[in-house]
Each structure stands twice: as structure tokens, then as C-alpha cells.
Design a protein around this ligand. Structure first.
Ligand SMILES: *[C@@H]1O[C@H](CO)[C@@H](O)[C@H](O)[C@H]1NC(C)=O
Ligand SMILES: *[C@@H]1O[C@H](CO)[C@@H](O)[C@H](O)[C@H]1NC(C)=O
Ligand SMILES: *[C@@H]1O[C@H](CO)[C@@H](O)[C@H](O)[C@H]1NC(C)=O
Length: 362
């Protein structure tokens, strides 16, 4: 089904560039996006190829079976991946820095899975679309279809990958209603804080299933600085890029890291049963950075959000994905429907489509 939302701004309000979320206004996204692009044009390429996980590393049975969980050799390899970088995979035994604990807070509410009806405490922002939905409805309904897609398609050992995890609504849905091993990416420290608070309260068996990268994804390795006016995303509604002459408090300054997906995951002997990508217009860069990882994805759920994509110079997302996937507008009763190849031609500034990319069997 094609979902056309004439007023896309209310929906977009809950999301963010690269999965930055929550109450950040459109102009800020654009400024931040431009900063990201400038950064990727210029200075900050930190390719350290010998740290990349490449094919000959995949040797043990754990890895062949797609076992990414804590204690598995692949988990350690992913963890080791952050050695030498200024970011680290989240360690669930020590998820918080003292700095984070002093800077951030979140508000507890209850999340309830759409599919399994399991519920758990979840820490959300004071005031943004996703958080308010969870406070009111106990979930963010965009996530409902994910476990359905997962259960329909994938073998037990495949991985679920989420790009732009926001405050973790879909992670919670997948954690509480499936047994999927999960790899998630979220760059914004204030969203990460919420995810970490929430997952810290879940049992170890859940934590072991989630490898969380404090990263945005793009077409190059980059670092950027963002500022928040108050240190409280929900209240501030402002994230502004770094250009000279800013008057923001050091305290509310964050460093955000961006890497290519193919510098983190290798296509060899691994399969991604399901991916969700929600990056507020940055999708073309992310797909470019997937390299051959795109070939091991069975199904992807993503959005074609015209205003956001176009504001980031992303005019050919569907065409890029059509190299590896058939693109559909709907999924019902285990069947994709609405095969499409001309979304980009017919879309206008008011359209936001939920789309599915299904690996093309060639
Ligand atoms: C998850 O795995 C457990 C143990 O193997 C099993 O009992 C349970 O039914 C599984 N849950 C789902 C949703 O597949
Ligand atoms: C990343 O994308 C930007 C914007 O399209 C482009 O200018 C830049 O050359 C790309 N970088 C790489 C390494 O592909
Ligand atoms: C999804 O479920 C439908 C209906 O049960 C089935 O025909 C289809 O093969 C399934 N798809 C996958 C990828 O398993």
C-alpha cells in the first residue's frame, strides 16, 4: 500500500538525520546535513583498512551460523573493530560514561510489543513525536511490520540490522517479539542514552542480542560536531551545525561519528534477513557506503520521503536500490505488492512512501 501523507512534517518530527531524532526542525536538519556533506568532501577520512572485518576473518562456526551474540567470536571482532577509533561498540556491562550520566536524563514509560504483547520499561525524551507515541500508545506503529517481515522471511540465524535506531522503538519491538540478533546504528548521543537506559533494564539475554554502534552511516568515514541549545533534545528542538562564531555552551556540544556500512560489516558468510533504514534524507549516502553488503540483504524497509531526500541531494534512492532489489509499496499476508520503478518520477514534495526492497533473485 502506498502511504501518502500530505502533512509529512508531523511524521518527520519524530525522526532525524542519520536517525537523529526528535523535535529537531527542518532547517536544522538541512544545516546539519550540509555539514555532513562538507565533512565528507573535506578533511576527515579515517580509513583504517586493516581494522576492517574482511572475508578471511570469517572462520568459526559461530560466524558461519550468524551468531553475533556476546561471547561469540564475531561479537568480539565487532567490538574489536572500534579499537583505534574514537567510538566504541556499546558494552552492556558498562554502557554509560560519567559524562553522559551528568548531561542527560530521560523519562520512563512503558513499551508494549505489537506482536508479542510483551512489555518493558522504556526511557523516552520529554517531548517528541516518537516518545509521545510511546507514552500514549505504548509503541511507535511504524515498527509493527518489522517482526512480521522477520518471521515471514528469515532463517533463525540471520541478522536484523537497523540504521537510525532513534530512541529504540523498533529495537524494542524486535527484542520483545523475536529472537533476532540485532546490529543497530544510532549516532545521536541523546538517543543513544535512551536506548542504553532502556536496554540496561532488560535482562542479559536481550543485551546479548544487541550490538549497538554509536554511529551514523554514510559514504565516507567522517566526524562532525553538533550543538544542542539546552542539552535536552525534547525541550530544545534545536540541533545546529558547527560553523565559526557559534555561541553554544561546550556542555551541549556532541561529536558524531559516521562510517561506511561496508567498513563495519563484511558481505562474506553473513546474511541480513531484514534491515530498517531511516536516515532522514541521508539514505543515498548510506546506500553508497553499503558497497557489497547490499548484496546480502534479503529485505529492507525504508521510506521514500521526498522533502528530506531532496534536501540532501538524494534524487536516485530507488534507482540505487534497484541494482539489487525489487521495490514494492506494500506487504500483506506474506506477499509483497505494488512493484514499482517510477516512484522517483511521480513523487512530489508532499509524498512520503513506506517502501520495501526485496532482494532480486537473478
Ligand atoms: C525464541 O527462542 C526460544 C528458545 O529457543 C523459544 O522458546 C521461543 O519460542 C522463541 N521465540 C520466538 C518468538 O521465536
Ligand atoms: C559522498 O557523497 C558526497 C555527496 O554526494 C560526494 O560529494 C562525495 O564525493 C562522496 N564521497 C565518497 C567517498 O564517495
Ligand atoms: C512469506 O510468507 C508467504 C505466505 O506464507 C510465503 O508464500 C512466502 O514464501 C514467505 N516469504 C519468504 C521470503 O519466506
Amino acid at each position: 500500500m502506498v502511504v501518502v501523507r500530505p502533512n509529512s512534517s508531523s511524521k518527520r518530527n519524530g525522526r532525524g538525520i542519520l536517525g537523529f531524532a526528535s523535535g529537531i526542525n527542518a532547517k536544522s536538519y538541512i544545516i546539519l546535513g550540509l555539514t555532513m556533506v562538507l565533512f565528507s568532501f573535506s578533511c576527515c577520512y579515517i580509513y583504517i583498512y586493516n581494522l576492517h572485518i574482511n572475508s578471511h576473518h570469517f572462520t568459526t562456526s559461530d560466524e558461519a551460523a550468524g551468531n553475533w551474540r556476546r561471547g561469540s567470536s564475531l561479537f568480539h571482532r565487532l567490538e574489536g573493530m572500534s579499537n583505534g577509533f574514537s567510538w566504541k561498540v556499546i558494552d552492556w556491562q558498562h554502557p554509560f560514561s560519567a559524562d553522559e550520566e551528568s548531561r542527560f536524563t530521560c523519562t520512563w514509560t512503558h513499551f508494549q510489543s505489537f506482536l508479542s504483547r510483551e512489555s518493558a520499561p522504556m526511557c523516552v525524551h520529554d517531548d517528541d513525536a516518537v516518545s509521545n507515541s510511546i507514552k500514549g500508545n505504548k509503541r511507535w506503529s511504524d515498527c509493527d511490520i518489522l517482526p512480521v517481515l522477520w518471521n515471514n522471511g528469515s532463517a533463525e540465524s540471520y541478522v536484523y540490522v537497523e540504521i537510525g535506531a532513534n530512541i529504540g522503538s523498533c529495537l524494542m519491538e524486535m527484542l520483545l517479539s523475536t529472537n533476532a540478533s540485532i546490529i543497530a546504528f544510532e549516532p545521536h548521543p541523546m538517543n543513544l542514552y535512551n536506548i542504553k537506559k532502556t536496554v540496561s533494564l532488560l535482562g542479559e539475554s536481550y543485551q546479548d542480542r544487541l550490538t549497538l554502534f554509536p554511529l551514523g552511516l554514510g559514504n565516507a568515514s567522517a566526524t562532525s560536531t553538533i550543538y544542542s541549545a539546552t542539552g535536552n533534545m525534547g525541550n530544545s528542538g534545536k540541533v545546529i551545525s558547527d560553523h565559526p562564531g557559534q555561541v553554544f555552551d561546550q556542555k551541549n556540544q556532541f561529536t558524531v561519528h559516521v562510517e561506511r556500512l561496508d567498513s563495519i560489516l563484511a558481505a562474506s558468510k553473513m546474511k541480513i534477513g531484514l534491515m530498517k533504514m531511516d536516515a532522514q534524507g541521508f539514505e543515498c549516502r548510506i546506500v553508497e557506503g553499503m558497497g557489497d553488503v547490499a548484496e546480502i540483504i534479503d529485505v529492507m524497509k525504508f521510506e521514500y520521503a521526498y522533502p528530506w531526500l531532496h534536501s540532501h541531494g538524494c534524487f536516485d534512492l530507488v534507482s540505487l536500490l534497484m541494482k539489487n532489489f525489487d521495490i514494492y509499496t506494500g506487504f500483506h499476508d506474506g506477499v509483497f505488492s505494488g512493484l514499482t520503478n517510477d516512484i522517483e518520477v511521480s513523487a512530489n514534495t508532499n509524498t512520503v512512501f513506506d517502501l520495501f526492497a526485496s532482494k532480486r533473485n537473478s
